[in-house]
Design a protein around this ligand. Structure first.
Ligand code: EPU
Length: 303
């Protein structure tokens, strides 16, 4: 499919209004690395989202929702995708309600998770503080079942609503499943999520968000540009400790380097390119394989 055929298909589907050609993806990623693309869309309605999916069939290119760009690396392959940001009101609004001691948050998938968690905690819904520090949107967190030492978003999920396979309507996903950094929602366009939780008896005295925040400040390079933890923890092991023990802290390719503070973070301290980050990832994987015989899998998505 040539560029001009894609342009024709976009016009035919009346999608120009929600498209931003020439989008610099480095501005859409927390690590600040990326290419530019002409296929970047911010739909406002379910109808537009449905038409984007039709465009995807027509152009034979996958739709990819970028979430908050926090655990993503955009390479030149991103140009082959139809990238979608669910930043419109329809996809970011949320409602909080309470029944006895059960707290309920009904939220659009495009809503950023950190302010939602802060809001819940400010209302004394301390249990949601277990998700403190997870960057990006609710939908992004759901996709990879993001979590902290104290819990994963999947622990809180009651209902997940996706775009109906054939119509511009919401459709409830049956029995969503969550495992370590994985969920069964990955092939779906998640629109809305209902989270539920109850405070533990000790949460008021010792709120989870305070524990996590203190620990993150001490142990993670939170003020630098990174994509969060780069690798999944192998079973019963810590990727950060393995990389640290292998002597890779500070190892650099171009403007990308392994954080001195936490070895599972790759930091961009200049104008790192996707290739530099990929080369650094591969250096780490090779070293961990040769030193320990362990295959480190990336936690971030490389698209
Ligand atoms: N460690 C080192 N050197 C390092 C980093 C860590 O020796 O450079 C040691 C620590 O001292 C600790 C152990 O490794 O004894 C584990 O480290 P940490 O407590 O920082 O936890 P983690 O397993 O590396 C996980 C999540 C983080 C989450 C933290 C805290 C994964 C891959 N990582 O990190 O999630 O913030 O627990 O809850 O599951 C993310 O998903 O992006 C992420 C950062």
């Amino acid at each position: 499919m040539s560029g001009s055929e894609a342009e024709t298909a976009i016009r035919k589907r009346d999608l120009e209004a929600c498209r931003s050609p020439g989008t610099d993806l480095s501005r859409k990623s927390t690590i600040g690395v990326g290419v530019t693309t002409d296929l970047f869309f911010e739909p406002e309605t379910l109808d537009e989202l449905h038409r984007l999916r039709q465009l995807s069939d027509e152009l034979d290119r996958d739709v990819f929702v970028i979430g908050g760009g926090s655990n993503l690396l955009f390479t030149s392959r991103a140009r082959e995708l139809i990238l979608v940001e669910l930043s419109g009101e329809r996809f970011t609004c949320f409602e909080m309600s309470r029944k006895d001691d059960l707290f309920r948050i009904d939220t659009g998938a495009g809503q950023p998770l950190p302010p939602l968690v802060r809001h819940a905690v400010q209302n004394d819904w301390y249990t949601f503080g277990r998700l403190t520090g997870i960057p990006g949107t609710v939908g992004g967190a759901i996709y990879g079942n993001s979590g902290t030492r104290e819990g994963e978003i999947g622990d809180f999920v009651s209902d997940v609503y996706i775009l109906h396979p054939n119509r511009p309507e919401e459709h409830q996903l049956e029995n969503p499943e969550f495992r370590y950094r994985w969920s069964s929602t990955q092939d779906e366009l998640v629109l809305r999520v209902v989270l539920e939780g109850k405070n533990d008896p000790e949460d008021r005295e010792n709120p989870p968000h305070e524990r996590i925040q203190n620990n993150r400040q001490k142990t993670q390079p939170i003020s630098e540009r990174s994509a969060g933890c780069m690798f999944k923890n192998p079973e019963n092991l810590s990727a950060g400790r393995l990389i640290d023990d292998a002597g890779l802290k500070g190892h650099r390719v171009g403007d990308a380097y392994v954080s001195q503070k936490h070895a599972n973070f790759i930091v961009n301290d200049g104008e790192a390119t996707p290739e530099e980050v990929i080369n650094l990832i591969q250096d780490i994987q090779k070293k961990i394989q040769s030193s320990y015989g362990i295959n480190l899998e990336t936690e971030i998505q490389i698209i």
